[in-house]
Design a protein around this ligand. Structure first.
Ligand SMILES: [Zn+2]
Length: 394
């Protein structure tokens, strides 16, 4: 299995994986931390204050992305929630520094400079694509499902989804016009790359073609897509891998066909939840094949018969699944296929995973082993019982 999550993480957008550790790990030790006004011990709360409205840190410079501070603010100790913004910033910065290495911080800084180099020179073809405009982007069925309020919303979201195999959901999502525009924008970006001979980073370790949308200005748009739409889907279907806590993304397009990538080997994504939408154009082949969800330990175990599932892309249609759902893409044999990928991650889920031991409830092999262990225990018990009866009879 060539691209395990760990392998992918090295090459992918450094600013998208939020340093996951700070959220839950404050151990009350303030070693090495300079003088801050409050003499707390740099803890964060385990559970966020959902009703707290975080501030914007866009204008404050530091080695961490401003959005990280906004999302971390809800985890501050209660006595810090309403202190001046600069104080909160310093506090959170110290927490973050303790949990990210210097190498990691340099990488984030370098990537920020890389993005700035692109966005300061690249001229977008369609500026409308860079801000999420739901009515122009989405099909009416998709949009309407999200319009419903609260409790009804879950039901209406469920109603537009098909589940062709366990843990895999498909739905009609993007308008043809939006797909065309996004493809044209990516082609325009590719043209810019050729003209300027700019050396871009490809989306991950497995694709030689394609582009990271976050790197040329679509970061905010995709963040809104994650926040306002994907998180709500994840809450319903993928609560066991972070659900509503998805808080960062890696958004890119992949291109298959002549002069592009041909196929994609068997792998898992570096994501909790992956949204994959086909943008077009016309093509043959390129089916996705799925082979069951696996934890790190069981990555290379056999698929069970009920885990084998193939999916054919339809332009405008989305498929959403757990990142750990093993899959690959068959060869695109004719034409050109372009897909939009959104890898959504949850820093809270990643942090919690470190402390979890034993059977994983979303791993097909863990569940199989668990059933097997129960079966054996029942057999042993039954034999003991029979033996007991036999002795009683004799
Ligand atoms: Zn497992």
């Amino acid at each position: 299995m060539p691209a395990d999550g760990a392998a992918d993480r090295r090459n992918d957008s450094p600013s998208s994986p939020l340093p996951a550790t700070p959220v839950l790990t404050g151990n009350g030790n303030a070693n090495g931390i300079g003088s801050l006004p409050m003499n707390s011990n740099f803890r964060l709360r385990l559970n966020p204050r959902q009703d707290h409205q975080p501030e914007s840190y866009e204008d404050l410079q530091s080695e961490f992305t401003p959005i990280l501070f906004s999302s971390l603010e809800r985890y501050l100790p209660p006595n810090l929630l309403n202190v001046p913004r600069e104080t909160k910033h310093r506090y959170m910065r110290e927490v973050l520094r303790r949990y990210s290495t210097e190498g990691e911080r340099n990488r984030v800084q370098k990537h920020r400079e890389y993005r700035l180099k692109i966005t300061s020179s690249y001229q977008p073809l369609y500026r409308d694509l860079y801000k999420l405009n739901a009515t122009d982007f989405f099909t009416p069925s998709f949009l309407n499902a999200f319009m419903a309020i609260d409790r009804n919303r879950d039901e209406s979201i469920k109603s537009i989804m098909s589940e062709p195999a366990p843990g895999i959901y498909t739905f009609n999502m993007l308008q043809p016009r939006f797909c065309e525009m996004l493809i044209a924008e990516v082609e325009n970006f590719e043209k810019w790359i050729l003209e300027t001979k700019f050396r871009i980073m490809r989306p991950n370790t497995m694709n030689k073609f394609g582009a990271v949308l976050d790197d040329f200005g679509m970061d905010a748009m995709l963040e809104k897509l994650t926040e306002d739409f994907v998180r709500h889907i994840a809450k319903i279907f993928f609560a066991d891998v972070g659900g509503f806590s998805l808080d960062s993304h890696h958004g890119f397009v992949v291109e298959y066909g002549f002069n592009r990538d041909i196929e994609l080997g068997f792998h898992v994504d570096d994501s909790e939840v992956t949204l994959n939408v086909c943008l077009g154009k016309q093509f043959s082949g390129g089916e996705l094949y799925f082979r069951g969800v696996r934890c790190d330990q069981h990555m290379n175990t056999e698929a069970l018969p009920e885990e084998i599932f193939d999916y054919s892309h339809v332009p405008g249609h989305a498929i959403i699944h757990r990142g750990r759902h093993r899959h690959g893409a068959r060869a695109t044999t004719a034409g050109q296929r372009i897909n939009l990928l959104l890898w959504c991650r949850s820093s809270v889920f990643r942090e919690l995973r470190k402390y979890q031991k034993g059977f994983v409830n979303w791993c097909g092999e863990c569940q199989r082993e668990k059933r097997e262990r129960i079966r054996q225990a029942v057999t042993v018990k039954r034999m003991e019982l029979f033996r007991g009866q036999g002795e009683a009879a004799s």
